[in-house]
Design a protein around this ligand. Structure first.
Ligand code: GDP
Ligand code: GDP
Length: 438
């Protein structure tokens, strides 16, 4: 089920990032068992009062020194209003209400979107009376908070959870057998063209399916008896000339799209390869635990000799060899070349993402697993697969503290070699044997 999106907005320097970091560090945040997850993330899956949502920080996209700061803040507020299920609007108690706060508040009131108003930097009781002024924003009760001390964050989260769409609403139109495939990537790489090419070659269903109101641009069709929903993130709903707004928009939009899909097709322009943008996208897909196929599009523009495809394939993953687990299909939306294959690959990846390995096979695997050099006296006793989509494994070991990243990666690579999880992230966790019974 897709998780609702909560976006934090507000002027630069009001304390958004500090609050975000404070909240996600809470012990209730879902812990990350995956090796090597240290990069900065601006979106975090978070659980509070038994509800899970994605908390998205927008801090950092607009610098207070930017010449276009005001324009950027208002654009990003609009985008957040479009994409988020609940907006967390932060103002700074030490500045009072500024003109820009008023502008954002006006947008929010007009939108009718659920809003939680947090007044930041209330570290001491000295400021408590000053929060009443913020009633004038017309957004309901201002909640005093401090990212620095953590004051007020529990009440703030309670309020957010109250305003989230219900689980039934989130499930609307999702509890069918269709496989959801999302096309993601930079503008102009050919996402819409690929959707059009697929739609042209297949029968598109025009049934009135509930839930499509959330995203009117979904395309529903049947491929080999399998119902497929294509989710196209193309076509910025609002034109924007500001680079940081575009980055912010794609990030928010992508997070939301990824929540809704089973498999993502990351479309890249073959001429440009994997830029830092696509590398980030791959990490986003992995974080969301969804399947991934790369479409190296505009293949028709490439001068080919027989070696070309193989060469491209190696070059694409040159500096990120770990990501070579994701298949690449060379497509041309223009001629339709391999567009069918792209879809088939996505369905194949979906099946692998749902694969369940028999416990006996898994334990045969553990028994024959070589002991890699440098892994000390880590011993694996047995393993279980406790989930699918993505496949998730727990390994019982003598001492989980001795399990280092490279050991975990080694086990992951061996698992992949043995059971073929092409195109899907897998989750590994290491636990001390018997601890659950202690
Ligand atoms: P953002 O631009 O809205 O994300 O703001 P930041 O979180 O980066 O914070 C901007 C500045 O305000 C930094 O210097 C923070 O140290 C400071 N700050 C943030 N939260 C608090 C707080 O709760 N209390 C105090 N006293 N300072 C804070
Ligand atoms: P989107 O923004 O990612 O949805 O990209 P579009 O589908 O709108 O395509 C952007 C431009 O690239 C359009 O002019 C397309 O005609 C062109 N285009 C898309 N796919 C291909 C392709 O496979 N080959 C060539 N030569 N052009 C393509």
């Amino acid at each position: 089920m897709a998780h609702p999106i909560v976006a934090i907005i507000g002027r630069p320097n009001v304390g958004k990032s500090t609050l975000f970091n404070r909240i996600i560090r809470k012990p209730l945040a879902i812990t990350d068992d995956r090796p090597g997850v240290t990069r900065d993330r601006n979106a975090h899956e978070f659980e509070w009062n038994s509800r899970t949502f994605m908390l998205v920080d927008t801090g950092g996209y607009v610098l207070s020194t930017s010449d276009f700061m005001e324009q950027a803040v208002s654009e990003q507020s609009r985008l957040a209003i479009d994409e988020a299920d609940v907006v967390l609007f932060i103002a700074d108690v030490r500045n009072g209400i500024t003109d820009m706060d008023n502008d954002i508040a006006r947008l929010l009131r007009k939108s009718g979107k659920p809003v939680v108003l947090g007044i930041a930097k209330v570290d001491t009781t000295r400021y408590e009376n000053e929060i009443y002024e913020f009633y004038n924003l017309g957004l309901g009760e201002p909640l005093p908070i401090s990212g620095k001390t953590g004051f007020g964050s529990g009440d703030l989260l309670d309020r957010i959870v109250e305003l989230l769409p219900s689980e039934e609403e989130m499930e609307e139109g999702e509890n069918d057998e269709a496989v959801r495939i999302a096309l993601i990537g930079r503008p102009n790489v050919g996402k819409s063209s690929i959707v059009n090419s697929i739609s042209g070659a297949n029968t598109v269903l025009v049934t009135d399916v509930p839930g499509t109101t959330r995203d009117a641009i979904d395309t529903r069709l049947v491929i080999d008896d399998q119902e497929v929903v294509l989710i196209d993130t193309a076509g910025l709903k609002r034109a924007t000339k500001l680079k940081e707004s575009l980055d912010y928009y794609s990030s928010l939009r992508t997070i939301r799209t990824l929540e809704r899909c089973d498999v993502a097709i990351a479309v890249i322009d073959i001429d440009e390869g994997l830029t830092s943008y696509e590398k980030r996208l791959i990490s986003d897909v992995e974080d969301a635990g969804k399947g991934l196929v790369l479409a190296a599009n505009k293949w028709d523009l490439i001068e080919k000799d027989t070696m070309t495809m193989k060469r491209f394939e190696t070059e694409i993953f040159d500096d990120i060899p770990d990501k070579a687990v994701y298949p690449v299909v060379f497509t041309s939306a223009l001629t339709g070349q391999r567009v069918r294959k792209l879809l088939e690959k996505a369905l194949e990846v979906n099946a692998k993402r749902h694969k369940r390995v028999k416990t006996s096979d898994l334990n045969d695997f553990v028994e024959t697993l070589p002991h890699p050099p440098g892994s000390g006296d880590v011993r694996i006793f047995y393993a279980t697969q406790y989930d699918v989509a993505p496949p998730s494994f727990a390994f019982m070991v003598n001492d989980e503290k001795k399990v280092k990243d490279n050991f975990a990666r080694f086990v992951e690579n061996c698992l992949r070699k043995e059971f073929d999880f092409e195109g899907t992230p897998i989750r590994l966790s290491f636990k001390r044997r018997g601890r659950a019974r202690e």
